[in-house]
Design a protein. Structure first.
Length: 154
């Protein structure tokens, strides 16, 4: 059986579907976060996400034309070498019923191929500290732990 995989730009009229899927992702991953996100209401969470939409790329992960997850990324230029473009994969999510089909790997492989063509110097992906399964996934794709970030509420 041949599966049609795709990465498709999230359109403005699809934002509600993305927000719903993102909320499921957030609930699933909050157990790994030592400083859980406290948006207040779903509407406030959506408003916070929209703040960065112009600087980010939001893509659906599709299989046979159906949305099975999403990838969110952004490009930035790293100091002290501002000519060195870095793409950061902010979030990569596949719905539970679509896991173990290789969709996340296909999505990351497609992003890596595109970034090679663009001349990107580095592709990064963040992992919550206690999410061992996610860390194993990224390491299996050749990513290496490069830095640790600390955080706190002000």
């Amino acid at each position: 059986m041949v599966v049609a995989f795709g990465l498709v730009t999230v359109q403005s009229d699809e934002l509600n579907q993305l927000f719903e899927m993102f909320e499921a992702y957030r609930k699933e991953t909050e157990r790994f976060d030592p400083i859980p996100f406290e948006p207040g209401s779903p509407m406030e969470a959506r408003q916070l996400m929209l703040i960065g939409i112009e600087d980010e790329e939001w893509l659906w992960i599709t299989m046979d034309g159906e949305r099975r997850g999403f990838v969110m990324s952004r490009v930035y230029y790293d100091d002290p070498l501002p000519e060195q473009q870095t793409t950061e994969i902010l979030e990569c999510y596949v719905t539970p019923d679509s896991r173990r089909l290789g969709l996340a790997k296909l999505a990351v492989d497609a992003i890596l191929a595109r970034e090679r063509e663009r001349g990107t110097a580095l592709v990064e992906a963040g992992v919550l500290r206690d999410n061992a399964e996610a860390l194993e996934f990224w390491e299996a794709l050749g990513f290496q732990v490069r830095a640790l970030r600390t955080a706190r509420r002000p």
